[in-house]
Design a binder for this molecule. Structure first.
Ligand code: ATP
Ligand code: MG
Length: 281
């Protein structure tokens, strides 16, 4: 019997089901959040400051524990298995890489040493045995030629855009099935944002890497995403295909900076505006 597209279950690389997340045992941030990332797709996760986007990514990658946060209810499955009992480094070995907000790199190491350091997370007691063969990073440098040029230089001297490239490059070292990207556009010039998003879309298209992409910059995220979710106050308020979200009047007004009169607001003004105006208040 063959299953057609209507009856075949979707192949989800990530499934987040009704999770509740609490910090310090008291502050509830996620309130029944659910989302799914179909294998091979880019899924955008959008929303205002404080909506819980970064918390969602930390819940998935297991980094919540570092901040005294806990998933108190709900389920998270990565590649078909629950993540509950897996430590962050085990999840990395299973193919889940988290590029955190703010381009975390080791500033006192060179670019190449940063990539080498990323390989250390891939070996260990419960992972593959350490390889004595030096790893070459040609695959990373193919996406980021600029990092190859700067490979002997200290990461601390890279520009903001180059540090973001290095943060993504460090995640690529693990050859992830799923990348969690937290605001890769933050603080970058429009030209660099475009360059980085083009590379993210290429990595997805060429390697089939699934992506869960958190962004404040909704228009660039929806331009490369297949589907998207908009969250407010710890839960999803709208979801749909990227085309549908980009055409939605509310999304256009609040997240794409297109006001009722059709004029476009600057991103800075929009960010300020969003802080005051809560979604569905
Ligand atoms: N470690 C923590 N301890 C306590 N509360 C926290 C912690 N981290 C985040 N929060 C709170 O959880 C809420 C959601 O934060 P989160 O960083 O997930 O939002 P966000 O959607 O990523 O926002 P932004 O767009 O500003 O990055 C906020 O109210 C924040 O103050
Ligand atoms: Mg955040």
């Amino acid at each position: 019997m063959t299953m057609d597209a209507r009856t075949a279950p979707p192949d989800l690389v990530l499934e987040v089901n009704n999770i509740e997340v609490v910090y310090n045992k008291v502050v509830q941030v996620l309130r029944g959040l659910s989302l799914a990332v179909p294998r091979g797709q880019i899924v955008a996760l959008l929303g205002s400051n404080g909506a819980g986007k970064s918390t969602t990514l930390k819940a998935v990658s297991g980094l919540l524990a570092l901040e005294d946060g806990e998933v108190e209810a709900g389920r998270i499955s990565f590649d078909g298995a629950p993540t509950t009992h897996l430590a962050p480094q085990q999840l990395v070995r299973h193919g889940l890489s988290h590029v955190m907000e703010g381009r975390r790199v080791f500033e006192d190491l060179t670019v190449e040493e940063n990539l080498v350091a990323a390989t250390y997370a891939l070996t260990g007691r419960d992972g593959p045995a350490p390889s004595h063969k030096p790893r070459n990073f040609d695959d990373v440098y193919a996406y980021f030629p600029r990092l190859h040029e700067r490979r002997k230089g200290l990461a601390g001297y890279l520009s903001g855009g180059e540090q973001q490239m290095l943060a993504i490059g460090r995640a690529l070292v693990a050859q992830p099935k799923l990348m969690l990207l937290d605001e890769p556009s933050l603080g970058l010039s429009p030209k660099l944002v475009e360059d980085i998003f083009t590379i993210i879309a290429r990595i997805n298209a060429e390697r089939g890497t699934s992506m869960l992409l958190v962004e404040q910059n909704a228009s660039v995220a929806l331009a490369i995403a297949h589907t998207g979710y908009i969250m407010e106050s710890g839960k999803v308020v709208i979801d749909g295909s990227a085309e549908r979200l980009a055409a939605d009047p509310d999304v256009r007004e609040f997240y794409l900076g297109v006001g009722g009169s059709g004029e476009s607001r600057s991103f800075r003004e929009l960010k300020h505006y969003k802080r005051r105006k809560r979604w569905l208040s």
